[in-house]
Design a protein around this ligand. Structure first.
Ligand SMILES: [Zn+2]
Length: 85
C-alpha cells in the first residue's frame, strides 16, 4: 500500500480510524495510482484536504459506482471511498 507524501498523513489517519483498504489500482487516465477503501469515508474525515490535495465526489455512472475521497493533483495519486446511496 502506498500513497504520495501529501496523502500519506491522510492515509494514516484513515487506517487509525479503522478504515480498511480493499486494493489498489493504477495507470488511469487521470490518476497514476489509487488506493481503494472498502468502507465509506467517515464524515469526520471529510475536512482534511490541503493543497495540492483536493477532496472530490464522483457520482454513479453506468460504468462506475460512485465514489469520493482525496486526490493529489501534484502526484496524481488518489484515495477512493465508496459512497452510500
Ligand atoms: Zn502528492
Amino acid at each position: 500500500m502506498q500513497a504520495c507524501e501529501h496523502l500519506t498523513p491522510i492515509l494514516n489517519s484513515m487506517i487509525s480510524a479503522g478504515c480498511s483498504v480493499q486494493g489498489e489500482s493504477g495507470n488511469w487516465s487521470e490518476a497514476q495510482h489509487v488506493v481503494h477503501f472498502s468502507s465509506p469515508l467517515p464524515a469526520s474525515m471529510r475536512g482534511l484536504a490541503q493543497p495540492p490535495v483536493v477532496y472530490y465526489q464522483a457520482g454513479r455512472t453506468p460504468h462506475n459506482a460512485g465514489d469520493e475521497g482525496y486526490f493529489c493533483r501534484a502526484c496524481r495519486v488518489g484515495l477512493s471511498f465508496p459512497t452510500t446511496e
